[in-house]
Design a protein around this ligand. Structure first.
Ligand SMILES: Cc1cc2nc3c(=O)[nH]c(=O)nc-3n(C[C@H](O)[C@H](O)[C@H](O)COP(=O)(O)OP(=O)(O)OC[C@H]3O[C@@H](n4cnc5c(N)ncnc54)[C@H](O)[C@@H]3O)c2cc1C
Length: 451
């Protein structure tokens, strides 16, 4: 019996994870990616000798699917993962607070640091602790929870504007790519429940010590090649044909490539354009998922101005600042990447304009930067970094299966229970691969019986 043929469309993390899982299980895999490179929304490039990521990516210890993907690729030595959650939070008035866990079990592990969180008043800290307890009890699958915004829910619970901005927004904006006032309550509660409240070590923060391509694209290409998979970049798929549901096919450069199972792991807007009616997916719903941008500022100072791997800022346009000096190969000075999530206000602004806003912000939060020279300042902008994780989106996210029995969906936008993250992408790839393998091997078995 020959190995079943699985076609994967899209070489982001979802497609790479799906393709690799199928190849590892013995399937013959063909993966088509439109761009010249793999990695999807996670990519790096070299700019005047500097290795630059399209945007800072972090994960948490609870991202078990993503960490499993890294292990499969053999790249865990290229990753930094905190032994214990520890997040420094600075403000322009010179105060520095830490959100860090202690040795107590969850959820008590964070209580002491929230009680000492200097950016809130004592009563705001006590209130935040109580609100977190209520958040821990929310039913994530309840449509009434998803219908609300986190900001609205927090305000109704008596959280002050300052607490929303300096505490809740700090954690939610970076994970949901929207400010609390616009973000889905159920996705925010997912982050708090899984990332902070259920297990003490869940929220330890991880990041790549090397450019993203060396963590995802290159090792995944090597792993797929080692399994004999065919990987075609610069190969956009123009159509999906399920007229014969037992032999789904993609249309590429005027040719049909047939498969025993087909996994569509493209972005949701492209999926909406490619999916045939027979798939029974609500493509208008997919389009309604919309998009939310992330802007990164890349600033090279002529000396070190930050004495930590990363820092969060409140009362400042700076959100999260990461030291990328080592990963970029910088030999002198310090390279900081500022990750701006929910970045609509910053999209389309000129470099000079952003420099005018953000350099004073650096000077306010990092006093050592006042004496430093700026050697480089440039911007990367991903206008559709994630779907817009607003209230009401849960119902718009389809699962991996479609009404066509051998056509499956993957992508961080599918119904993984997670926000649009690397973890969501890997979970979706795993789910789609399980269904695809089952469908493809049942086909192979029936073909063998028929022969
Ligand atoms: C700047 C930025 C910062 C981020 N920060 C974080 C973070 O800190 N932590 C985190 O967990 N997540 C973060 N994310 C989100 C995370 O990167 C994504 O959720 C995840 O990588 C999405 O993977 P995916 O495979 O679902 O989709 P994608 O990576 O978008 O992959 C889809 C692929 O399909 C391809 N494609 C499209 N059309 C076709 C076609 N017709 N034929 C063939 N191929 C096609 C695309 O070129 C693309 O490669 C960030 C994203 C960005 C952009």
């Amino acid at each position: 019996m020959s190995a079943p043929h699985v076609v994967v469309v899209g070489g982001g993390l979802a497609g790479l994870q799906a393709g690799l899982a199928c190849a590892d299980a013995g399937a013959r895999v063909s993966l088509f990616e439109a761009r010249p490179r793999l990695g999807g929304a996670t990519w790096s490039t070299k700019l005047k000798g500097l290795n630059v990521d399209n945007g800072q990516h972090v994960f948490l210890r609870c991202c078990t699917a993503y960490r499993g993907f890294l292990e499969r690729l053999g790249v865990t030595d290229r990753i930094e993962l905190q032994r214990r959650l520890s997040v420094p939070v600075a403000s322009p008035d010179g105060r520095r607070a830490w959100l860090r866990r202690n040795a107590l079990p969850a959820p008590a592990h964070l209580a002491a640091s929230v009680l000492r969180f200097a950016h809130l008043s004592l009563s705001e800290r006590l209130h935040a602790g109580l609100t977190a307890r209520h958040m821990g009890a929310l039913d994530l699958r309840d449509p009434a929870v998803d219908a609300q915004s986190l900001g609205g829910w927090l305000a109704a619970r008596g959280e002050s504007d300052a607490a929303i901005e300096r505490f809740w927004d700090l954690l939610v904006r970076a994970t949901l790519n929207l400010p609390a006032r616009d973000a889905s309550l159920s996705l925010a509660a997912k982050v708090f429940q899984t990332g902070l409240l259920e297990r003490a070590d869940a929220g330890d923060v991880g990041w790549a010590r090397v450019p993203l391509d060396e963590v995802h694209a290159a090792p995944a290409a090597a792993a797929l090649a080692a399994r004999g998979a065919r990987v075609c970049t610069r190969t956009p798929i123009q159509g999906v044909d399920v007229a014969n549901p037992e032999r789904p096919a993609v249309l590429v450069d005027g040719e049909r490539v047939e498969a025993d199972a087909l996994i569509l792991a493209v972005t949701h807007d492209v999926a909406a354009d490619l999916l045939p009616d027979a798939a029974g997916v609500d493509c208008e719903g997919l389009r309604k998922l919309g998009a939310s941008p992330i802007v990164n500022l890349h600033v090279v100072f002529d000396r070190r101005v930050l004495d930590l791997p990363f820092l969060a800022a409140v009362d400042s346009p700076l959100q999260w600042i990461f030291d990328r000096s080592e990963a970029s190969g910088l030999e002198r000075g310090q390279y900081l990447a500022v990750s701006l999530s929910g970045a609509e206000p910053w999209v389309g602004r000129s470099r000079a304009d952003l420099q005018r806003v953000f350099l004073p912000a650096f000077h306010a939060v990092l006093p050592a930067s006042r004496q430093a020279g700026v050697e480089r300042f440039f911007i990367t902008c991903e206008r559709a970094a994630t779907f817009r994780q607003a209230p009401g989106t849960a119902a718009l996210r389809p699962g991996p299966r479609t009404q066509s029995p051998r056509l499956f969906l993957a992508g961080a936008w599918t119904d993984t229970g997670w926000p649009a993250t690397m973890e969501g992408a890997c979970l979706s790839g795993l789910a789609a691969s399980r269904h695809a393998l089952a469908a493809a091997s049942s086909g192979a078995a029936s073909a063998a019986l028929a022969a």
